[in-house]
Design a protein around this ligand. Structure first.
Ligand SMILES: NC(=O)c1ccc[n+]([C@@H]2O[C@H](COP(=O)([O-])OP(=O)(O)OC[C@H]3O[C@@H](n4cnc5c(N)ncnc54)[C@H](OP(=O)(O)O)[C@@H]3O)[C@@H](O)[C@H]2O)c1
Length: 242
C-alpha cells in the first residue's frame, strides 16, 4: 500500500521557535521544507534532520518580506514537484520602541512579513492543504484572521491554530532591540524548544488558539475583562526600558 508522506513547510526555520518546530515535525516523520534567508543555517538543519530522523528535508532560501517573496516561494516549491499538508507561518519579527521614532520602511517590511506573506502563503497553499485535510499555524499578529479562517474551514477538515508565544529566549529580542524592556529584563524566559513543542502539540490537537505558559494565558484572558485604555497603558509600561 502506498501511503502519501506528510510534508510540513516551516517559515523562519533557520533559528529559534521555527527551527524547533521543524525538529518536532521531523521527529514525527514529516518531510520538511525549511524556509528562511540564511542558506547555510537551513542547509545544516536539513542535513541534521535527515540524518537524525530519516525524513526528506528541503531547504529553500526566500526573503519573505520582499514584495514577491511569498509567491516566489510557492513557485519554487512547485518547481521542485513538492506539495504540503501543513503550513507553519512562523517567520516574523517585532519592533520595539515608540512608533513615532521607528523607521517606516522597517515597519512596512515587518508588516509584509508578519501579515501579507501569511495571507499569500495561506491562499496559495490552501487548495492542497484542504485536499490533504491538513493543518495551518499562524502567530498572534494574525489572530483574528486565524480565528475567522478556522471557523470557515471547520467543515473542510482543516484545523487552524493561532500560536501566540509570550516572551521566549531566541533571536527575537536582538532583532527588536528589546533587551531593556520590562518584559524580558532580568527574566528567565522559556526556551524556544519548549515553546515550539507546546505549539506543535496544540496544532496536532487542532486547538484554535494556543498561548504557552499560565502567566501569558492569564494575561491574555485578563485583557477581555479590562478596559482597552488600561490594557494599552499596561502594555506601554511593559515596553518601557527599565
Ligand atoms: N521570541 C519571542 O519572545 C516571541 C514572542 C511572540 C512571538 N514571537 C514570534 O515567533 C516567531 C519566531 O520568532 P523567534 O522568537 O524564533 O525569533 P528568531 O530566532 O529571530 O527567528 C525568526 C525566524 O524568522 C526568519 N525570518 C526573519 N525575517 C525573514 C524574512 N524576511 N524572510 C524569511 N524569513 C525571515 C529568520 O530567519 P532568517 O533571518 O534566516 O531569514 C528566523 O528563522 C516570529 O514570528 C516572532 O514574531 C516571538
Amino acid at each position: 500500500m502506498i501511503t502519501k508522506r506528510k510534508t510540513a513547510l516551516i517559515t523562519g526555520a533557520s533559528s529559534g521557535i521555527g527551527k524547533e518546530l521543524a525538529a518536532n515535525f521531523a521527529r514525527d516523520g514529516h518531510d520538511v521544507i525549511l524556509v528562511a534567508r540564511s542558506e547555510e543555517k537551513l542547509r545544516l538543519l536539513a542535513d541534521e534532520l535527515q540524518a537524525q530522523y530519516g525524513v526528506m528535508a528541503t531547504p529553500i532560501v526566500a526573503d519573505l518580506e520582499s514584495d514577491d517573496g511569498a509567491a516566489e516561494l510557492f513557485k519554487e516549491v512547485k518547481t521542485r514537484g513538492l506539495s504540503i499538508n501543513t503550513l507553519a507561518n512562523n517567520a516574523g519579527y517585532g519592533s520595539f520602541g515608540e512608533f513615532r521614532e521607528s523607521d517606516l520602511q522597517r515597519e512596512l517590511a515587518m508588516m509584509r512579513l508578519n501579515m501579507n506573506t501569511v495571507v499569500i502563503l495561506t491562499k496559495l497553499f490552501l487548495p492542497e492543504i484542504i485536499a490533504a485535510r491538513g493543518k495551518i499555524m499562524k502567530k498572534a499578529f494574525v489572530l483574528s484572521f486565524s480565528e475567522a479562517l478556522a471557523s470557515e474551514l471547520e467543515g473542510a477538515g482543516v484545523t487552524v491554530t493561532a500560536f501566540c508565544p509570550g516572551p521566549t529566549a531566541s533571536g527575537f529580542q536582538d532583532k527588536a532591540s528589546m533587551h531593556d524592556s520590562a518584559l524580558v529584563k532580568n527574566k528567565k524566559l522559556p526556551t524556544a524548544e519548549d515553546v515550539a513543542a507546546g505549539g506543535y502539540r496544540a496544532m496536532q490537537r487542532g486547538q484554535r488558539v494556543y498561548i504557552p505558559g499560565i502567566i501569558n494565558w492569564l494575561m491574555a484572558q485578563s485583557v477581555r475583562f479590562t478596559p482597552r485604555n488600561l490594557v494599552t497603558r499596561i502594555s506601554k509600561s511593559f515596553s518601557k526600558p527599565v
